[in-house]
Design a protein around this ligand. Structure first.
Ligand code: ZN
Length: 256
């Protein structure tokens, strides 16, 4: 099932994307814990699809592909490296990434598989991780690379408004163990990886994160980016595509 969030002009609702992505069927309330349709259906082209959830937090994993760790001049870590992106960094498909030109001169894309949590949980053993996964979506972990190295920690570099595009929707029926992931900028292929290359797999990440903090329905874990990260410029169009999910496309505009 594909779950999106959408606006018809008078409020935002969850919906199920149906009929070859032509129609969206409105859900009563939220989809966590069971989907109930209201019977209202809209042509997908006539609604505005927004970020597929409003997470209480986005937990991201650094250096979780060996080839990306090495391109950053680091060895792959023994344990997952965690950092947080604020909920205010989240935008949806088609929304613009605002380049903070007064503060950064080097903003990179990072295409990633995002895991969406479906229920409140903590201390989840890896073998029960599937019980707490609601689904998967595409993410772009936009990063001000110059501030990342300057600050020595990553809150500012990863935390700007609009620096966490998510979408276009959540795919709930998917085996995410070996999916192709690509990132393109203005149609040119920049990153190409497979989720089977993750150093720490999704169950291990959920166990590791939930040992530290309680996860809430709608929380998002970004699983890391493969090699090929590179800079964005104002005017670029960046797309993250994942097999079995879809493509998340955002344009870069100037914030200042
Ligand atoms: Zn990342």
């Amino acid at each position: 099932m594909r779950i999106a969030r959408f606006s018809t002009g008078d409020g935002v609702a969850f919906g199920v994307v149906e009929e070859g992505e032509q129609v969206i069927a409105r859900i009563d309330g939220h989809p966590f814990g069971g989907v109930q349709l209201t019977g209202e259906r809209y042509p997908l082209a006539e609604v505005r699809v927004v970020a597929p959830m409003l997470p209480s937090k986005v937990i991201a994993i650094g250096r979780n592909y060996a080839d990306h760790a090495r391109e950053m001049g680091a060895e792959p870590p023994d344990e997952p490296v965690l950092f947080l992106k604020p909920s205010t960094s989240v935008i949806g498909p088609g929304e613009s990434i605002a380049y903070p030109e007064k503060l950064s001169r080097h903003v990179d894309y990072e295409g990633e598989l995002a895991v969406v949590i479906g229920r409140l949980c903590r201390e989840v053993p890896a073998e029960r991780a599937n019980d707490v996964i609601f689904g998967y979506t595409c993410a772009n972990d936009v990063t001000a690379r110059d501030l990342q190295s300057k600050d020595g920690q990553w809150a500012r570099a990863k935390g700007f408004d609009t620096f966490c595009p998510l979408g276009p929707w959540i795919e709930t029926s998917l085996d995410a163990g070996d999916l192709a992931l690509t990132t393109t900028v203005n149609g040119e292929l920049k990153q190409s990886g497979r989720t089977s290359w993750l150093l720490h797999d999704i169950p291990a990440l959920i166990a590791h994160v939930s040992a530290v903090m309680t996860l809430l329905p709608g929380d998002v874990i970004l699983t890391g980016t493969p090699a090929g990260v590179g800079p964005l410029a104002v005017g670029d169009e960046v797309s993250v595509g994942i097999e079995g999910i879809g493509t998340l496309t955002n344009r870069v505009i100037s914030r200042d």
